[in-house]
Design a protein around this ligand. Sequence first.
Ligand code: CTP
Ligand code: CA
Length: 222
Amino acid sequence: ITATLGDGPLKGRHVLVTSGPTHEPIDPVRYIANRSSGAQGAALAAALRDLGARVSFVTGPASVPPPPGVEVHRVETAQQMLDAALAALPADAAICAAAVADWRVANAGAQKMKKGASGLPVLEFAENPDILATLSAHARRPALVVGFAAETETVEAHATAKRARKGCDWIVANDVSAHTGIMGGAENAVTLITEEGADPWPRLPKTEVARRLALRIAEAFA
Ligand code: CTP
Ligand code: CA
């Protein structure tokens, strides 16, 4: 039996999910980006859909396709992702799973940069807007705002500080240091940081992390 859209504990709830990397142009043919397949965000959107939520899925150029049955908003840059996220409000919950580039190139070229006489290019950067922090402080703040924190050291301490700094309710923290093999893999080992503290989950397939997180979100709205 397939669940009909709108059935389940998140029936009638609207959830915003950001996912994938952003691409920040250097010139028309080059960009800078974070490493992100978009797999965890896509799995999360599918899990929320399966619990009956209406899902607005704002995605950068990910390698994993968006799941069926969600409203897909494709963007490229962090600024476009922020605009699309704000346009999706109001929402009951927002889950920021995107790997947003922290900086964009301030002196991006309108034409393709050429090798040669003028020497090596020098890129200047400007800080991108913080989508998670903006949503957390917004006048139409979703009741539940969840961020991710990919860390390579002292994961729990960094993620707990990040939760406070961003003003979000939960942080899903994970250790992406090389030895874990998490980056680009099918599994994830996360620690859920809430007001109550840190709850380390076992290493699980990303789809199972998504299912558990969606269930926790449903509980928060029960
Ligand atoms: N995030 C965001 N917009 C940004 C940067 C980050 O929405 N411009 C969100 C991510 O989607 C994630 C959370 O913020 O949910 C944490 O991202 P992370 O890169 O770990 O945090 P930063 O605040 O950027 O700190 P740093 O990269 O310096 O560790
Ligand atoms: Ca960052």
